[in-house]
Each structure stands twice: as structure tokens, then as C-alpha cells.
Design a binder for this molecule. Sequence first.
Ligand code: NAP
Ligand code: HSE
Length: 443
Amino acid sequence: MNPLSVIRVGICGLGTVGQGVWKHLERIRPELESRLGVKLELTRASVRDLKKRRDVKVPASKLTTDSLSIAMDPNVDIVCELIGGTTLARQVTLAALTAGKVVVSANKALISKHGAEIFEAARRHGGHFLFEASVAGGIPIIKALREGLVANRFPLIYGILNGTCNYILTQMEEQDAPYTAVLGEAKRLGYAEADEALDVQGWDTAHKAAVLTFLAHGTWVKPEQMIVEGIDRITPIDFKNASALGYGIKLLAVIARDFDTDELSVRVHPTLLPESHVVAKVSGVFNAVSVRGDVAGTTLYIGRGAGQDATASAVISDLVDAISLLKNDRRAFITARKASAPARPVRACRLAPSEHIRGRYYLRMTVSDEPGVLAQIAAAMAAKNVSIASVIQSAQEPAGAASLVLTTHQSDERAIQATLSRLARLRCVLERPLLLRIGDFAD
Ligand code: NAP
Ligand code: HSE
């Protein structure tokens, strides 16, 4: 650290999150400086387009298009990577860590894809990588898992991890609003990723699930190894059907480990939750994370999961940790972090095979409205040993078609996927059935 106790921060990316960090850091700088006993300097920032109009005033002399120059600048102590994506963001992160700097990141896609390399680079070069903003926006879930709940093992973590999807689902359910209009609004509000397919197809939730899995179980699970299904095939009719059955629909990440067998399953899918369940009542951009610990029991975290201010709050919390790290007792801070990081799990776990992932299911399909159809469908399900719990049939456009909604008793992923393939081959099934899981969470 320089002798004047000035901490110099470089911000790579001045979009939704970067501008939020700049705005709030400028606002609370006097208070932070007094609390931390340092001078805080927003030294440089990088953008793609120098001419773009921004909501924060940044002197032209501090702006560059060269993010790597900030990462390697000896006059920058802390680098905030708020660019997004996995190419330039990775280069910036590795360059800054290699230079021994602290990197603060909100980039779950990057961590999910390159986390192992990034943590290794931090370890090897004495840099540090902090990532509170990468999961669940303003909720301090990383701190909760890593520090507050350090005494626990985690048999079950589940919740809503994507603000955009929860906003869309809520608007569809409550306002009967069309999907594309609500997605446009989520983008305008700064909730969505630059590539919104990451949100609606479930990949952003999978990236966050990978980060939580690493923290809870010390292992990296790639999104391609998870069940990942998004919300883009859900229609207003599904909310009506779910409601008739007593459920709401939420996009959930589920991270479940059986500590007897050490089998782990990580999955992301729209889920029917009983309307009375507290997570089913979490609406709009809010996220909810339920964490079952074997010592503490279940704790639940609810807060804004996306957007400028909530995310800036999480980034600034990491910045304060980074400043403490640089200013105070570097060794004590590192020791504390190491003690709570799950870099080397004591007990390895492996991914559960699909036949061990059990649950109940909701199936919606459009079928031809003619005699014998129900019998064919029941036979296809019975052939895979999937037992039907309830049936709702209603007339549907075009004439001669019907909408059929089935729920099942307990089955498993292998059986239900085999059933889906069988159903899709029936001539009376007019389009690919929609499969939703039913969430049976006791707490
Ligand atoms: P954004 O609004 O698209 O901002 C990205 C910023 O990076 C922009 O300022 C852009 O410059 C800059 N940039 C892009 N490519 C660049 C390049 N080649 N060189 C220099 N600068 C470049 O994105 P965001 O919503 O702030 O998200 C940033 C990160 O935070 C992502 O990893 C995202 O997943 C994560 N995150 C976002 C939220 C949220 O609610 N938005 C919440 C949690 C985490 P220009 O402005 O000139 O285009
Ligand atoms: N696009 C993300 C979301 C941003 O909607 O949750 C927060 O990570």
C-alpha cells in the first residue's frame, strides 16, 4: 500500500452496476473514509464507448477504453470488474490478480466458468477475489454461507436467484401481462443481462447455483452438468392451472446433498410451490434463498436480487472488505478468509444419477380431443412406472384440440424424461409437453 493510506479504486465497466458503484461511493465516501481511516480515490474507469451519455459525472481524464491498463496500473489497488462476459472480464481479472491486487466482481458467468483458475491465480500471486454481488444482488448470501454459517454442512439450499425471471413471472401472474412486454420492462429497469437469454433460459441462475455449490460443498459443477430449464415456455394458462391446484410458479435453483451417500444434485427449473410457502410469496425483482444447515437449521434470506442500487450495495461491501484487507492486518484477514473458504473439501461428493433425483411433476400438453387419448397417455406413463395423481382437461384452440394437465405422484428424473420422449412420439400429442417440477420443501 502507498504510504499516504490512499486506496485507489479502478472500475472496469460503467454500465448499470458500475455507475451505481460510482454514484454510491461518491455519496458515502466521507463516511467510509472516516470509518476506515483511509482516503478513497476513484482513480480510473473503463467503458466501451467514451461518448455514451452516463448518469454519473466522470472526468474525461479518468476514462479509458483500455480495461487491461487499469488492471495492470500500479496506481490502482482495487479493481472492480463490472464489464460482464467471460473473455475480457477474465483477462482483466487474471491480470489484476497476477499483479497482487484485490479484484471485486459481480460476474457469476465468469466465476462459474473460470472460478478454479481465478481462485488459483489469487492464491498464487497473493491477490484476492471478492464476489458478494455475483449471487442474489443485495442479499449478503456469500458472507452468510462463508462466514455466518461456517459451522454448518448444507443438505439443502434452494431459492429464487434471478430477479429478471421473478419479475417476469410475477407480472405474468398478477397482471396477466404478455411475456415479451415484461421482459422489455425488466431490461429497461437494468435487471436483465446484456444477453437476456441467460436470464430467461435459466443459465444465469445456473451460474449462481454453481457459485453457491462451490461455497457450500467445495466443488465446481458446470451448468452443462445440471438440469437447467428456463421460463420461456410458461404461459398465463400455467399460472391458472397452478393456482387451481394451490400452487404458484417460481424459477428455483435447488442444491441438494445427501450426506449419507455424498450424492449432490444441482438443478434449475420452474417449480410449482404451494401458495402458502414463504418463497412463493416473494415477488418482483426480489430473490429468496433458503439455506438448511445441519447446525443452525433453516435460515431464509430475502431481498432485491438485481438492479443498480442493490448490486452496488454488495459491490461496496466487498470494497470495504478489500480496504480493510489492504489497510489493516493483511495476515489476520487472509487467515480468517482461508478458514472459511471451502477450497479443499474434507469429504468429496459426486453428482447424483438422474434416477436418484426424485420428485413430483406437472405436465401440460395439447392433445387431439378424441376418444381414447387419455388412455394412450396413461399407458405411456404407466410404461415408465409414472403414476398419475390428477388430471385437468379443458377445451383449447384450435377446435378439436384439448389442453391436458397432469400431476404425478413421486417419480424420478430418469422415468419422467423417458415418459416425455414417449409422449412426444404419440400422434395425439400435438406439441412438446411442458414439464414443471413440484417443490415439496418442508421449510
Ligand atoms: P452493462 O450495463 O451492460 O455494463 C457493462 C459495462 O461494461 C458498460 O459500461 C460497457 O461500456 C462496459 N464494457 C463492455 N465491453 C467493454 C469493453 N470491451 N471495454 C471496456 N468496457 C466495456 O452491465 P451490468 O448490468 O452493469 O452488469 C455488469 C456485471 O454485473 C455483469 O457481470 C452482470 O452479470 C453483473 N450483475 C449485474 C446485475 C444487474 O442487476 N444489472 C446484478 C448483479 C450482477 P459502455 O457503457 O460504453 O457500453
Ligand atoms: N440478470 C440478473 C438477474 C442480474 O436478473 O438476477 C442479477 O444477477
